[in-house]
Each structure stands twice: as structure tokens, then as C-alpha cells.
Write a protein that binds this ligand. Structure first.
Ligand code: MLT
Length: 330
């Protein structure tokens, strides 16, 4: 090959590279230039869906593109999380993961098809969600003390609802059952939206659920609330005692929901998404809606990808211990 044609080849390649960088730069600048899909790993109407819609709606105004919610259910949220891991990492597919899908599931699914720490880009925590121990409306126990005695004495006749193995409602009630030393029949649903309907209908006896899904029902008297798993009472349910007040100090359960993108999503897109979350969580209307439902809004310092990455690690360790000490499934 003559030196002239070699030079031409190199020049052509460099021009191509420059063009690629240019279009990448342009793409980054234009991001987002079309609607963004936000995968919710549980049925519509449940806590993860409600939080995703409240924050997503405000983000779409900031980003100037619609955020389209896609509910994908199954296997305690791990089906959707696997789909999100394998999605194109161009910034147009995101997932709302939580303490179950992006921490506790590691210990419950030996062949989990994703690693929450390495297969996703953390964007930000969206909301902390204290967990409440619940019973159907005509459940016999009137307070947590009676709940403990009653469940211990009747566990073989009771059933407990949850949103699938590895979900928040599953692992937090595994913690409760561990503390009580019971192993009732478990009834899985595609989310605590449908599980709540079964509890209100009296088809199931008790459940643990994120407060966001509970406040309207407890205030409406359609279910019984026994305790919240946080150190302090929740301002949205001031009459609901803490588990510690009720005599169950080991039931410490606060979940969280957070935004993730597939690994390798471009940094400029991640930065814009994080900024849009930060702005949404400062918005008065968004805050009012989240606080009314008992959510805990992360502080500014807690709304960073680094904070979320360390939370995922910490919580994976914590819930792995809880799961290992829980009664093994029959
Ligand atoms: C839901 O949105 O249904 C919940 O997050 C499910 C769960 O993890 O309990």
C-alpha cells in the first residue's frame, strides 16, 4: 500500500471517529430526545408504582420528555430487573428497584441473573418506605402484643400475603416470622397492590407492607395496622405505634425505592436524570404527596449515585443475614 493511500485511510478513519464523537456529543446534548421507559417490577397501584409515578411525572417536566411506566411483574421483581439489566444502555430504559430487587434478592436467588451492584448504574434513592405489620379488618388481635400471641398460637392455620419471593413484603415478613418463630402458609401476588385487595377482602390474614400502600387503608379502617418498623412513629400515621413500643424491638424494617439504569448508560444522561430526581424531590407538590403517604424523602446529600451504591451494598449484607436465619421454606 502506497504511503499516500495509507495516509488517506488513516485520515478517513480519524474523520469517522470525529464524526462518531460529534454525534455522541450531540446525542448527549439532545438527551432525552424521545420518551423514556421506566420499568416498575410490580403491579400498578402498589408502593413502587405510586412512587415512580409521583417522581416520574415531575421528572418528565424537567426533562421535556414523557416518562412511560411499564409494569413488568414476576418472581418478586427479579423478572423485570433482569429485563432492565439487558436493556439498551442508551438512557431510554430505567428501572425503579428497591430493597428487595436490588439487595435482598441476592441471598434468595442463588442463580440471580443480575448483580445489583455491578449490572446497574445507580441514579438516586427516590424515597424511604417504612414497613408496617398489617392484619385483615376482622383479624382477632387488637394490638401488637396480642398479634404476637395469636400468630404464635395459630400459625399453622394462618396465611400471609406477599409480592413474591425477594420482595419487600416477603423479606420483612420473613424477619417478623423469624422473630416469632413461625412459618405460616405464604400467598404470593404480583405486587402489594393486588395483595392489599386480598387483605381488604379478608382472603389473607396478615402482611407486611410499605407505608405508601397502607396509609389510606388504615385511615379508612379497611385493614388493621399493628406497628411500624422504624425507631420513630410516622407523621402520616401518628396513632400507629412503633414495633419497639409494641414489644418487638427486633422488627426494624424500613425499605427504599430507587432509580437505576443499565450498566454503561452514558454519564451525561445519568447526570441529567439525577438532576431531575433532585429537582423533583425539592418540589413542594411532590414532597406533599410523598409525605402524606408516609415516605421518607432523602436529604440532598443522600440523593447521589454514590449514596445509592453504598446503600445497595449495606442492605445486601443486612438482608442476607436475616434471610439466612429465617425459617427455611417447607
Ligand atoms: C409493590 O410495589 O408492589 C411492592 O414494592 C412489592 C414489594 O416489594 O413488597
Amino acid at each position: 500500500m502506497s504511503s499516500m493511500s495509507l495516509l488517506k485511510t488513516i485520515a478517513g478513519a480519524l474523520a469517522g471517529l470525529a464524526l462518531a464523537f460529534q454525534s455522541q456529543g450531540a446525542a448527549a446534548q439532545d438527551y432525552p430526545s424521545r420518551p423514556i421507559t421506566l420499568i416498575v417490577p410490580f403491579a400498578a397501584g402498589g408502593p413502587t408504582d405510586v412512587i415512580s409515578r409521583i417522581v416520574g411525572e415531575h421528572m418528565s417536566r424537567t426533562l421535556g420528555q414523557q416518562i412511560v411506566i411499564e409494569n413488568i411483574v414476576g418472581a418478586g421483581g427479579t423478572t423485570a430487573s433482569t429485563k432492565a439489566k439487558n436493556a439498551t444502555n442508551d438512557g431510554y430504559t430505567l428501572i425503579t428497584g428497591h430493597m428487595g430487587t436490588h439487595a435482598a434478592s441476592v441471598a434468595l436467588y442463588p442463580n440471580l441473573a443480575y448483580n445489583p451492584s455491578t449490572d446497574f448504574e445507580p441514579i438516586s434513592i427516590l424515597a424511604g418506605t417504612p414497613v408496617v405489620i398489617l392484619g385483615k379488618k376482622d383479624f382477632e388481635p387488637k394490638d401488637l402484643k396480642e398479634f404476637v400471641t395469636y400468630v404464635k398460637g395459630n400459625a399453622d392455620k394462618l396465611n400471609m400475603a406477599h409480592a413474591g419471593v425477594g420482595s419487600v413484603s416477603h423479606v420483612t415478613c420473613l424477619l417478623l416470622n423469624s422473630i416469632l418463630g413461625v412459618d405460616p402458609v405464604q400467598v404470593p401476588f404480583n405486587g402489594t397492590g393486588p395483595a392489599m385487595n386480598a387483605l381488604v377482602g379478608g382472603q389473607v390474614d396478615y402482611m407486611c407492607d410499605q407505608i405508601v400502600n397502607v396509609v389510606p387503608q388504615i385511615n379508612g379502617g379497611t385493614i388493621k395496622g399493628y406497628a411500624v418498623g422504624t425507631a420513630e412513629r410516622n407523621p402520616a400515621l401518628p396513632n400507629l405505634p412503633t414495633a419497639k413500643e409494641g414489644g418487638l424491638p427486633d422488627f426494624e424494617a424500613q425499605a427504599w425505592n430507587a432509580l437505576f439504569a443499565p450498566k454503561g448508560t452514558p454519564k451525561p444522561a445519568l447526570d441529567k436524570l439525577n438532576a431531575a430526581v433532585v429537582k423533583a424531590l425539592d418540589d413542594e407538590t411532590v414532597r406533599k404527596r410523598l409525605l402524606e403517604l408516609g415516605s421518607v424523602i432523602p436529604t440532598k446529600e443522600q440523593r447521589t449515585p454514590q449514596e445509592l451504591a453504598s446503600l445497595v451494598k449495606k442492605e445486601t449484607e443486612r438482608w442476607s443475614k436475616v434471610i439466612k436465619s429465617a425459617p427455611q421454606p417447607k
